[in-house]
Design a protein around this ligand. Sequence first.
Ligand code: ATP
Length: 665
Amino acid sequence: MAQENVNVVVRIRPSSNETNDETCIQTDPISSTITLTTNEKQFHMDKVFEQNAPQEEIFEYVQPIIAAVKNGIHGTIFAYGQTGSGKTHTMIGNDKNLGIIPRAIEIIFTDLNEESKKRNDNFKFKISCTALQIYCEKTYDLLNGNEKIEIPLRDIFKNAKEIEVKSSNECMEIIKRGLKQRKVAGTSMNETSSRSHAILTLTLKTEYFKENKKHERISRLNMVDLAGSEKHTDNNKTQNREAANINKSLSTLGQVIRAIINPTPKQVIPYRDSKLTTILRDSLGGNSKTTVIVNIHSNSKYAAETSSTLDFAANVKNVKNTAILQEFITSKETFTLKAEVQRLGEENDKLKIELAKEKKINPITNKINTLEKELNDGKNSIFQLENQIELFELKENKNKLESELKKAKENQKKCEFEIAEMKLMIDVLENENQQLKKKVQTLEIKNDQIKNQRNSDDNFEQPDTDSDCICLSETETSSKKSNEISKKTKVQFKTAVAKRNVKTSTSNSVDTEILYSFKNLIIVYDWNDPLKCYRFIKKRNAENYLCENCYRKPATAKIWFDENNTQFANVETKHHPSCEPSNVRIFRKPNYKIISNKNSEKKLYIFEPDNIKFYYEYFWDPIYKFFVFTDCIKPNVAVVCQDSNGKEYVSTEWPPHRLPNGAIY
Ligand SMILES: Nc1ncnc2c1ncn2[C@@H]1O[C@H](COP(=O)(O)OP(=O)(O)OP(=O)(O)O)[C@@H](O)[C@H]1O
């Protein structure tokens, strides 16, 4: 669960009938800001309750904490402030104006009873209460009927008397009786001033079964009415001692809060420096949802106390708590076995008592033997049941581990399959690479031959005279071009590429021209649209070529030669998945340049349509009679064609399968 700040609200008590009722505060209820007019200090709170705020409104505000407690989360509500500022009024109130404690008890009982009815008794709850007071740094139990017995601080809630209550009325009666024992006295500022801190705790235990599992939740609601803080006093000696002790515990409370919000390395939060902070340990910086109600006077006479109270409030607001759901889940079997263990344990205890009695009253050995045997049987049963519990828990653990192992194995299989696929792909690429190397070698030999030929003939191609011009004016997109190309152009386009015939198509397959063939790679035209093409690759030793897009679901393409020894590809359209073909794009001058260098090596430069500083460099393939670049995994080809008017243009797959080069000028 996430951390959340302690919630801090200010409640201003109505001004008393004093002669000087000049106020020392200004409030802004919208921004929940309170300003001390004496020093213009501003304090931002979570909520500011004006003087006339009724008890219902305060209770409404703390309802989320009570709801959380009902759902298994610890909660604390405490009132802090100067003596006579309205803490007891806020927490306990009177018969006409009930405070938070009686209202909380009432709503908890009502809601849990309703829940129990609603869930057809698959919801049980138990509520118990404790009431403590801390007076002059000693902790007393207000429910044990003897106020003088101090309870040891260690495990205070175990040592305090906890009374299970069945109804809100019973609970209130017990609490009222306890509170009567609380130390109160008339001070100069409050006729019935609380001279002790009162800590009332309700412990809620709920249980229900869900999917054969028992869910138990145990949460506490602490409701604290602190003793009043006052520095000056004109009271008697006892009251001065009380005031000193009250101030000591409240100043430790302040130190604890400052230590929580300004932590330093190796520093220990001084919770144990006072009884109050020891008990409230979980409520401040611990496992609890906490709201602090800060009660103040508005009268300027109390400006100094009000200021220090608001300083305290501003500090508490920075304390962060982490409230965790207090739930314990046990499977039904474990629960039943545990109950059985408990029953046998109890039986065992009874038997022991009986045995002891028997020994005293009647020393007949037979009876003793029988009882001892029963006792041993009981012990054995307990031992067996405990073993069963352990076995059951181990089995549960084993099942969990097995299912985790199964998942891990499945994952491993997936990974192995992926690795196998990758290896296959690497094989194909390596094969391609080798073929490319061979091709380069062949080209180099060819090139040498051509050079020799040219040297002898002195008959080489002149460089293109337009080669310096790179200005682009017109680039035709494939879609536009697709509409423009006439049937005749198509035919010419195809003829110009490879001078091959389009074969007749059957329903399942079509014979088509090969735009480019590179042993393991063929690029063929889309049989319907010469502005689109498909790429097919061949696995090692495979007869057929596979669609490069949907590599795993092969669409077969096979290379054939007709009677004129013309190469063509037969593509099975039926099995071809709906892969997007690559676009073929047409470029017209000056969007491309063909340049021959001194060695008569022809190169084609196609300029990036959107940025003429970049270009793609293609090398002339003298064998296949088109341009190609092969320095990437997927070679691209570009063919020089003529349209119906005899105008030259370049057709190529677009965009190419690599990044463009830098600008040439
Ligand atoms: N909001 C309020 N509305 C009406 N009466 C109030 C309010 N707050 C306080 N009072 C009255 O003021 C008196 C003093 O209040 P209360 O005893 O609650 O103060 P306190 O902060 O608990 O003081 P101490 O710390 O001395 O115990 C009581 O008579 C109480 O009824």
